[in-house]
Design a protein around this ligand. Structure first.
Ligand code: HEC
Length: 160
């Protein structure tokens, strides 16, 4: 039924839980984003791409559970997306360094994405699937926004 499955979703994003650590340590975006490419060490990029793939898969699952009204699975999957972050791969010290080189705008988009995942879990506590699907749509817009701003060198047809 749903062609949305193909567009779906997902992503990755990681740094939300640590965003607060970065306050005061960011440089300006122009220093870190050249030609729509996120300037981060190769190891960070590798982890980021891995997380993206994980979240893409989870977003596909999430859509299926929302449209089937499966509150328990929506909640578990949304929380899994929310919790997908660099903590699994880097220690606190490394995370601090990574946050210091990430653009503020990237961290903000990432944070918003994770917060929205959390709101999906909240919405289904009261079986509010209409709200859940709207939030899901917001999450997918988050993919496009971030790729347009920070990955247009990789995804050539996306540009500001
Ligand atoms: C906060 C920023 C951000 C958000 C939000 C985001 N992405 Fe990404 N994503 C990136 C960046 C940056 C890259 C490019 C990495 C690179 O240069 O290879 C990327 C790469 C990818 C890739 C390519 C992975 C590979 O195999 O190399 C996929 C797939 C992807 N994103 C899916 C998504 C989906 C789906 C969403 C939304 C549900 C999403 N992303 C949300 C920043 C983001």
């Amino acid at each position: 039924m749903s062609p949305k499955k193909t567009i779906t979703a997902s992503m990755f994003v990681l740094f939300a839980a640590f965003a607060s650590l970065a306050v005061g340590s960011q440089k300006t975006d122009s220093m870190q984003v050249r030609h729509g490419r996120l300037q981060v060490p190769e190891k960070v990029k590798t982890v980021l791409v891995h997380e993206m793939k994980t979240i893409s898969t989870l977003m596909g699952d999430l859509l299926q559970y929302i449209v089937q009204g499966d509150s328990a699975k929506v909640s578990a999957t949304a929380i899994e997306i929310r919790n997908t972050n660099l903590k699994q791969e880097f220690d606190a010290k490394e995370i601090k360094k990574i946050l210091a080189i990430l653009p503020k705008g990237f961290i903000e988009l990432d944070r918003k994405f994770h917060m929205t995942a959390n709101e999906v879990a909240k919405a289904v506590e009261t079986n509010d699937f209409k709200i859940a699907i709207n939030l899901y749509s917001e999450m997918t817009q988050g993919c496009l926004n971030c790729h347009t701003a920070y990955a247009s060198e990789r995804f050539k047809n996306l540009s500001n």
